[in-house]
Write a protein that binds this ligand. Structure first.
Ligand SMILES: [Fe+2]
Length: 309
C-alpha cells in the first residue's frame, strides 16, 4: 500500500441553526444519507459512495460554522506515531475516547494556528455503499437522489496563521503544497492548497483575521454535467447560488458554491487534476488571485473574502 499516514479527509462536524430543517436540506437537496443520531442530538450523514459510517455530522447550535474536521489515518499504530510526532513538534493533543462519535474509534484532537480543531482517527465502522464487493453494479439508487455527491472531499478554512497551519500539515502530517496564491508583497500567501494524496487538494486555507472560520465544505461529483445538474437542483429548491456553475483556476475544478439554510457555504465540484509530491507547486500572483478562484470572472468578489461562518 502506497498511501500511508494520513489517508484522506474523513469527517466534518458543522453547526447549524435549525437542525431538522438542515437534515431535510442535506438529505433532500444534497442527497446525503442519514446514518445515525446520537445522545447529544447530533445527526450523521454519508455520501452514497462512501463506505464508512459517516462523513458529515450536524450539531444544532446558535451560530453556524465548523466544530472540527477529521482525517482518517492508515491504522492505530500510525495514529500513535502521528500523535507522538505532533507532541514532539510542540503541538498539544487530546485523546477523545472511542464511541464519542458514533461508530468511530479513538480520536487525536489538536488545535492548529488558524484556530481550527483537527482530529486524526484510524477506525470507523464500515457500512458500504449499497453495492456488492462481488460483481458490483456501477451505482446504487441513492446516486440519483438530490445532488448526490460521491463523497465529502475537502474544506476551505479561514484563519490568521495559515503559515503555522501549513507547517503542521506539511512537516508533521505528510501533506505537501500543491498551489498557492500570493499577497501583494509577492512573498506571503493569501491562500494555500495542500494534499495528502494525489488529489489537487485535501484541505485549503485562506488568510483571514478571525480564527476558526469556515469558507466552504466541499463534495465531489462525477462530471461537469453533474455540476450543472447540482445548480439546477439548487434552483428547483430555491437555494441561492453564491457562484457558478463555473471553474476555479486553482485546481481546475468545475464548481458551484451555495449556502445551506444556516448560511454555511458548501461546494459541489468535479474534476481538478491529479498530482504527486514531486510535482512543483503552482503559484498565482496577487494580480491574478481573482482568476485562481473565479477563472472566468478573473475578479475576487467581496463575498469570497468576507462571507464565512
Ligand atoms: Fe473547494
Amino acid at each position: 500500500m502506497a498511501i500511508q499516514g494520513v489517508m484522506r479527509p474523513g469527517h466534518f462536524q458543522m453547526r447549524v441553526l435549525d437542525l431538522e430543517a438542515s437534515v431535510r436540506f442535506y438529505t433532500e437537496v444534497l442527497g446525503l444519507i442519514e446514518t445515525g443520531r446520537d445522545k447529544q442530538g447530533r445527526v450523521y450523514f454519508k455520501a452514497w459512495d462512501e463506505r464508512d459510517h459517516h462523513s458529515l455530522i450536524l450539531r444544532g447550535a446558535g451560530q453556524a460554522g465548523v466544530d472540527f474536521i477529521g482525517f482518517k489515518v492508515t491504522d492505530k499504530q500510525t495514529l500513535d506515531r502521528l500523535e507522538a510526532d505532533l507532541n514532539a513538534y510542540g503541538v498539544k493533543t487530546e485523546r477523545i475516547s472511542a464511541g464519542e462519535l458514533l461508530e468511530t474509534g479513538e480520536r487525536v484532537r489538536f488545535e492548529i494556528p488558524t484556530g481550527h480543531l483537527v482530529e486524526l482517527y484510524a477506525e470507523k465502522s464500515h457500512v458500504g455503499n449499497g453495492i456488492s464487493y462481488l460483481n458490483p453494479d456501477p451505482w446504487a439508487p441513492a446516486a440519483e437522489k438530490g445532488i448526490a455527491p460521491i463523497r465529502y472531499d475537502h474544506c476551505l478554512l479561514y484563519g490568521p496563521d495559515i503559515d503555522g497551519a501549513r507547517k503542521i500539515f506539511c512537516e508533521v502530517l505528510g501533506f505537501y503544497l500543491v498551489e498557492h496564491v500570493l499577497l501583494e508583497d509577492g512573498e506571503s500567501d493569501l491562500g494555500i492548497w495542500l494534499s495528502c494524496s494525489n488529489k489537487a487538494h485535501d484541505i485549503a486555507f485562506v488568510r483571514h483575521p478571525e480564527p476558526g472560520k469556515l469558507h466552504h465544505v466541499s463534495f465531489l461529483l462525477e462530471s461537469w454535467e453533474k455540476v450543472l445538474r447540482a445548480a439546477d437542483i439548487c434552483s428547483m429548491h430555491r437555494v441561492k447560488l453564491d457562484f457558478g456553475p463555473s471553474r476555479h483556476g486553482a485546481t481546475r475544478g468545475t464548481t458551484i458554491y451555495a449556502f445551506d439554510p444556516s448560511g454555511n457555504r458548501f461546494e459541489t465540484f468535479s474534476g481538478g487534476y491529479q498530482t504527486y509530491p514531486d510535482i512543483r507547486p503552482i503559484t498565482w500572483s496577487s494580480e491574478e488571485a481573482g482568476a485562481a478562484v473565479y477563472y472566468h470572472d478573473r475578479k475576487l468578489n467581496e463575498r469570497f473574502l468576507s462571507v464565512v461562518t
